[in-house]
Design a protein around this ligand. Structure first.
Ligand code: GLA
Length: 421
C-alpha cells in the first residue's frame, strides 16, 4: 500500500491492518474446551463435563491456582454449542439459558476479575459445525456487525471463526468482513480463523497474505484429536509445507496447529513432551484442551516448563525448519534469542518415530544442522527438559557432532545451542 492511501483513505488502513493492532505479538496461550469436552450439553448426565458456565469457571480457577496464569496461559476459550438455537427478537445471539444462566457478560467479568480473558466461538456460515447459529444468513445478509457488537458488550477478548456450512470460495470476502466488524466494535479481540483449512480441503490456494493481515491465528490442518497419529500427522504436514508456513508466521499472526492435548487420554508421557516441544518450536498458539481439575503433576510440569514457554514466546516467532528426515528420525531447528556477537542461538529437536528398540543415539554434525553460522562459533548446549534448561550438557564446536540418546515411539530430545561469549 502506498503512503498516500494511508493519509487520504483511512478506511483502507482500518480494513487492511486488522492484525497490526498490537494483539497477540507472541503466540496466545490459554485453554479451549473443544477436544476434551466437545459438544456435551447433557448436564444431568454429565454435570462435571457439560459445556456450561461452571466448566469454564472451574478451568479458569485452575489456571490461576495451579500457576498457569502467571506463565501466560490467560485465555479461556469457549467453543461450539454455547448458544440457544434461535436468535432473540433483536437478532442477537443468546447464551443457552440453562447452561449459561448468568449470561456471557457475567462470565467475562468473572474471567477479568481473575486476570484472565474470555474467548467465544462462531462460524462464517449460517450454522456452526454442530448446528448452532452462525454469523451468516442464507438470505445473503449477515450478522457480522450485530454479533461483533454483542461480543464487545459482553467484554469478549477472542473470537474463533469456524468455516462449516459455507462455500470456502466465499471466505476471501467473508473473513475480512468479519475482521472489519470486530475492529469496528472497538473491543480488542484475538481473531482465530479456520480460513485456510477449509480452502485447502476444497483445493483452493489460500491467500496467506490476506489471511495474515486479517487474522491473528489461522488453522491449516484438520482438527487435532486425542492421539499420537493426529500429532505426528500435524508435525509431518508442517514439515512438508515448511517454507510456506515459516513465511506466514510472525508477531501478531500465527499458523495454528490446533490444541495441546497433553492431559487427555491419548498420548504417552514421551509423546506429551514432544507435542509441547514441537508447538514451542513452531511458535504456535498454546491452547490446552484438557481437564485441568484432573491433570497429573508430571504433565503439568511439561505444560509449565519455563524454557519451553520462553522458546514458544520468542519475540521473533520464527517457525522451526525441518532440516533432516529419514524413516525413523526428524530434526527440526529454530532460530531464537539470545543473539551473542551477532550469532543466533538455535533450538534443535531430535524426534524419533522408531517403533521397536531401546533408547539409542542420534548423531549429526552441527554444521549440517545449522548452516547460518561462523565456523569458529562455539555453542553451550542446554537440555530444555532438564531443570527447565538450566542444566548445561557441554559445549560444541560447529565441526562437532550433536549426539543425543533418544527414546522411541514419538519421543524427542530438545536442546538449545547458545553461542559462547
Ligand atoms: C470444527 C473446528 C473444531 C471445533 C469444531 C466445533 O471441526 O475445526 O476446532 O471448533 O468445529 O464444532
Amino acid at each position: 500500500m502506498h503512503l498516500v492511501d494511508i493519509i487520504y483513505n483511512p478506511v483502507i488502513v482500518y480494513t487492511v491492518h486488522s492484525r497490526n493492532d498490537g494483539l497477540a505479538l507472541t503466540p496466545p496461550m490459554g485453554w479451549l474446551s473443544w477436544v476434551r469436552f466437545a459438544c456435551e450439553t447433557d448436564c444431568k448426565k454429565y454435570p462435571n463435563s457439560c459445556i456450561n458456565e461452571e466448566l469454564y469457571k472451574e478451568q479458569a480457577d485452575r489456571l490461576v491456582k495451579d500457576g498457569f496464569k502467571e506463565l501466560g496461559y490467560v485465555y479461556v476459550n469457549i467453543d461450539d454449542c454455547w448458544s440457544e438455537k434461535e436468535r432473540d427478537v433483536h437478532q442477537r445471539l443468546v447464551p443457552d439459558k440453562h447452561r449459561f444462566p448468568s449470561g456471557m457478560k457475567a462470565l467475562a467479568d468473572y474471567m477479568h476479575s481473575q486476570g484472565l480473558k474470555l474467548g467465544i466461538y462462531g462460524d462464517v456460515g449460517p450454522q456452526t459445525c454442530a448446528h448452532y447459529p452462525g454469523q451468516n444468513d442464507k438470505n445473503g445478509s449477515n450478522y457480522f456487525s450485530i454479533d461483533a457488537k454483542t461480543f464487545a458488550e459482553w467484554g469478549i477478548d477472542s473470537f474463533k471463526f469456524d468455516g462449516c456450512n459455507e462455500d470456502p470460495k466465499h471466505f476471501d470476502d467473508l473473513y475480512p468482513k468479519m475482521g472489519k466488524a470486530l475492529n469496528e466494535s472497538g473491543q480488542p479481540m484475538v481473531f482465530i480463523c479456520e480460513w485456510p483449512l477449509y480452502q485447502l480441503h476444497h483445493k483452493i490456494t489460500p491467500n496467506y497474505s490476506a489471511i495474515e493481515n486479517t487474522c491473528h491465528v489461522y488453522r491449516n490442518h484438520g482438527d487435532v484429536s486425542d492421539g499420537w497419529n493426529s500429532i505426528i500427522s500435524i508435525i509431518n504436514f508442517y514439515g512438508d509445507n515448511n517454507d510456506l508456513f515459516i513465511k506466514y508466521n510472525g508477531p501478531g499472526h500465527f499458523n495454528d496447529p490446533d490444541m495441546l492435548i497433553i492431559g487427555g487420554f491419548g498420548l504417552s508421557y514421551e509423546q506429551s513432551r514432544t507435542q509441547m516441544a514441537m508447538w514451542a518450536m513452531f511458535s504456535a498458539p498454546l491452547y490446552m484442551s484438557n481437564d485441568l481439575r484432573a491433570l497429573k503433576p508430571e504433565l503439568r510440569q511439561i505444560l509449565q516448563n519455563k524454557a519451553l514457554i520462553a522458546l514458544n514466546q520468542d519475540k521473533h516467532a520464527i517457525m522451526a525448519k525441518r532440516v533432516y528426515t529419514d524413516k525413523n528420525t526428524q530434526i527440526w531447528v529454530k532460530q531464537v534469542e539470545p543473539k551473542v556477537n551477532n550469532q543466533w542461538s538455535y533450538a534443535i529437536v531430535y524426534l524419533s518415530t522408531k517403533s521397536i528398540g531401546d533408547r539409542y543415539y542420534i548423531s549429526h554434525k552441527v554444521s549440517q544442522l545449522i548452516t547460518d553460522t561462523k565456523n569458529t562459533t562455539e555453542y553451550v548446549v542446554h537440555d530444555l527438559f532438564l531443570d527447565e534448561g538450566k542444566e548445561i550438557l557441554g559445549t560444541l564446536r560447529v565441526s562437532d557432532n550433536l549426539e543425543l540418546k533418544v527414546a522411541i515411539a514419538g519421543a524427542c530430545r530438545l536442546v538449545k545451542l547458545v553461542p559462547k561469549y
